[in-house]
Write a protein that binds this ligand. Structure first.
Ligand code: ADP
Length: 462
């Protein structure tokens, strides 16, 4: 059977109230009974005292004689009043309430026909006084006054009653408060779970009750993990789609390479031989040179497509990346200078790579950087070791890639340049992946950074 916490708390509150009420009743009854018994006992003592005094031997008796029954009771006063002497003659004086009560008792004793003691009681809360008088056989008046005060434990009992009452009240208030907070928190979490079913980005409330708040934290953590898993799933689906696309592109490229490369090589060979023929006029030779370059470009395109789709590179050797970058900078510098852009290389690192493939990456990234830079700008290439591998960062201060197109950046044939092929970054990324590394793009302040990370060790093996 499932029991709601709020029901349990209500039961606790009811039990608490019942327990407090019963305890309060018992304690108040106890106090009332004790105080009644106390006044009765004092009354008995005063009566006994008067009986004793009345039977005491006749003779001159002092007005305030300590003739109490042994052992004398603390605070009890007794004595004899000769005929006609008023209560005011008692020295030291009685306190006003005791004196008035005694005066009344004396009055009654004097007017009473029988000589039995007249005992009267005056009670004020927990304290009081009992006073009595009786005519002695000698005609004097025996008197006794006995005030009593509340016992010391009474105050403690009263404090106990108040504490019990307050504790009962606090129990009820706390139970109701917890029940309401639990109920409210549980409702919030239930609503939040329903909302999260539709939207994992929905905020998760944190109820006031700590335990529920921890449950809220757990739900929020779970939602974050689910969200992450969803994103990962979307990424993997995209990657799968990419792979499928690349695979079909690869099949096309392989087919094209098979059908086109050999005839292309044969055409190029013939064109080059023809160019070298001394009988060919120089104007025709120049044209043939252009044809040969175009054939070489076509051949490169086919090889690039094969790398992009197959993600395979040549054999790897330990290579000084700084040297590689310096060489490429020297080659590209005249072209960059024409555009008013300089190239600077910094750092030092070596890695196990296919040097020819990495040269293509450096070329692509530096060319793109130079093309994106304004006149007077600098493209920086930073080479540095990272773990067992290396890192190569190419930075320019151009406008970067339009934020809405960043996702397409590494796709084959994505280009924003009129003359562009859109294969440079796709090829570079394929080379990075073939090395077990990564090529990433990011903007930092006003800088565009392309970072090539190449792991070392086994991961870099071909
Ligand atoms: P291409 O240079 O032939 O266009 P790439 O694959 O090298 O092909 O580049 C694809 C596109 O990425 C470019 O057309 C350009 O829009 C963008 N791009 C690459 N590098 C940069 C850069 N450093 N700054 C701004 N945009 C860049």
């Amino acid at each position: 059977m499932k029991i709601a916490v709020r029901h349990s708390l209500i039961v606790v509150a009811i039990l608490g109230v019942v327990t407090s009420c019963v305890s309060l009743y018992v304690l108040t009854r106890l106090i009332a009974t004790t105080s009644a018994q106390r006044s009765e006992r004092v009354r008995d003592l005063v009566t006994q005292q008067l009986e004793f005094q009345r039977k005491a031997p006749a003779g001159a008796q002092p007005v305030d004689a300590p003739v109490a029954l042994p052992p004398p009771k603390l605070g009890m006063r007794a004595g004899y009043l000769p005929k006609g002497v008023s209560v005011d003659a008692i020295r030291p004086e009685l306190d006003p309430s005791a004196r008035d009560l005694l005066a009344r008792s004396v009055q009654v004793a004097l007017s009473s026909a029988d000589r039995s003691p007249v005992v009267q009681i005056a009670q004020d809360g927990d304290s009081g006084v009992v006073a009595g008088a009786a005519l002695t056989p000698a005609g004097d008046l025996a008197w006794t006054a006995y005030p009593w005060n509340p016992p010391p434990w009474l105050r403690m009992f009263r404090a106990l009653i108040v504490t019990l009452g307050l504790a009962g009240l606090a129990l009820v208030v706390a139970s109701v408060h917890i029940a309401v907070s639990m109920d409210r928190g549980a409702t919030l979490l239930k609503q939040s779970l329903r909302t999260l079913g539709r939207n994992l980005d929905a905020p998760v409330p944190r109820p006031q009750v700590r335990e529920l708040s921890e449950v809220g934290d757990g739900i929020a953590g779970l939602a974050a993990e689910l969200r992450h898993a969803q994103q990962e799933q979307a990424r993997l689906s995209r990657e799968l789609a990419d792979r499928e696309r690349f695979a079909s592109l690869g099949r096309v490229a392989a087919g094209v390479a098979h059908e086109v490369r050999n005839p292309l090589a044969a055409i190029k060979l013939r064109v080059d031989l023809l160019r070298m023929d001394p009988g060919v006029p120089s104007a025709v030779g120049a044209e043939l040179g252009g044809v040969s370059e175009e054939i070489a470009r076509l051949d490169r395109l086919v090889s690039d497509l094969l790398v992009i789709t197959g993600r395979r590179t040549g054999p790897r050797t330990q290579t000084d990346l700084r040297k590689l970058a310096d060489q490429r900078a020297t080659t590209l510098e005249p072209w960059a200078r024409d555009r008013g852009v300089s190239i600077s290389i910094r750092g030092q690192a070596a890695a196990c790579v296919d040097a020819e493939a990495i040269v293509r990456v450096i070329d692509n990234l530096v060319r793109n950087g130079v093309e994106a830079s304004a006149q007077g700008g600098t493209v920086e290439v930073q080479v540095e070791p990272e773990g067992d591998g290396a890192r190569l960062v190419v930075t320019d201060r151009g406008p970067g890639v339009d934020a809405s197109r960043v996702d397409e950046l590494f796709e084959p044939f994505f280009t924003t340049k009129p003359e562009g092929m859109g294969l440079g970054l796709a090829l570079s990324k394929a080379i990075a992946t073939a090395h077990g590394g990564k090529l990433t793009y990011r903007r930092q302040a006003d800088m565009t950074l392309f970072e090539l990370a190449i792991p070392g060790g086994e991961a870099a093996a071909p």
